[in-house]
Design a protein around this ligand. Structure first.
Ligand SMILES: [Fe+2]
Length: 322
């Protein structure tokens, strides 16, 4: 997520963070830059803080991101994790921003860290915090997390989106007080594509149609992901099944095992719907995003066969009501 202009000399390489995620009146863990006339300018130094009135004036000028030096990203990640787990934010714009930013950084660690076990453990806690946040504050909070969406780093945002969407659909099916199953859906949704760690970026981001070998390689990611989680007893079985079964189709034409109907775990059927919807409504290297209406029409045209028909009806109702 590099800003449009890169600098040499005094300004370090920068990384964009969501403005809404930055806690107010709290000493900052790193330097923050702002872009003015396409040039980065130091805005706050480490240890400074941002007042809510200052934030409001930035919103007024339609600033949505600030930038931190890449070499200070670890300090920022630690700071955001503390904001999420220690101060336990309640439902407001800032809290939704904290969830999105923390989720984004965590997903980045899941996909890129040389030892992702720590990120997987934290994903479990992140999913628990998400269900607590939603359980305490109601389902409007899912929308608050979702409305801070940007799609410039697809895989990381996609993980956060699927986690939130899967929780919403699971809540409608199982009941919104079923914290355990909500957590399993949130966690499985967050880590569902972890097997893509082993697929080359050149294939994942290829603009041209994929050749057979490349398709076969991508189709291995559910199995690779499930294998990866095998040795982690604290990850619930249903979250592991989401990872392994989220590309199965209701009529048995999916992969890796060609499972049919209710042989596919119900949470995997839920994540499959959310996955396709979020992918269609996101810009991808090989096509532009569709509108909500176009995406829903396309998903309906895949029926019968692609999705669980009962879940699809509930999903359409959720998306249309928002
Ligand atoms: Fe996938």
């Amino acid at each position: 997520m590099l800003p449009p202009t890169q600098n040499s000399g005094a300004v370090p390489q920068l990384f964009g963070v969501f403005l809404r995620s930055i806690p107010v009146s709290t000493p900052l863990p790193c330097d923050f830059y702002i872009y003015i006339d396409e040039k980065p300018v130091l805005f706050k130094k480490t240890g400074d803080s941002i007042t809510s009135s200052r934030l409001k004036s930035l919103y007024k000028y339609r600033v949505t991101k600030l930038y931190i030096p890449i070499d200070q990203k670890m300090a920022f990640r630690k700071f955001m994790w503390g904001a999420l787990t220690e101060s336990r934010p309640s439902c407001n714009e800032e809290a939704a921003g904290i969830f999105r930013q923390t989720g984004f950084l965590l997903a980045e660690a899941l996909f890129t860290s040389s030892d992702p076990n720590e990120a997987i453990k934290k994903s479990s806690l992140f999913a628990k915090e998400s269900t607590r946040f939603i359980g305490e504050e109601g389902w409007k909070s899912v929308r608050k997390i979702m409305t801070t969406i940007t799609h410039d780093d697809y895989s990381y945002n996609h993980a956060v989106n699927i986690s939130a969407l899967a929780m919403e659909l699971t809540g409608k099916i199982f009941g919104e007080s079923e914290q355990d199953v909500l957590w399993q859906a949130a966690l499985g949704g967050f880590i569902h594509d972890i097997g893509e760690r082993m697929v080359e970026l050149a294939i994942l981001e290829k603009k041209e149609p994929l050749v057979k070998q490349e398709i076969l390689k991508i189709q291995q990611h559910p199995v690779i992901g499930a294998k990866f989680l095998e040795s982690l007893p604290k990850i619930p079985e249903s979250s592991k099944r989401i990872v392994n079964e989220h590309h199965e189709n209701f009529d048995g034409t999916g992969y890796p095992n060609g499972l049919t109907g209710e042989k596919i775990d119900i949470l995997a059927r839920i994540v499959s719907l959310c996955d396709v919807y979020d992918s269609l409504t996101s810009d991808r290297p090989y096509r532009q995003k569709l509108s909500t209406k176009e995406a829903l029409e396309l998903m309906q045209s895949m029926q019968p066969g692609r999705f669980d028909p009962t879940l699809l009806v509930v999903f359409l109702r959720i998306v249309k009501n928002n």
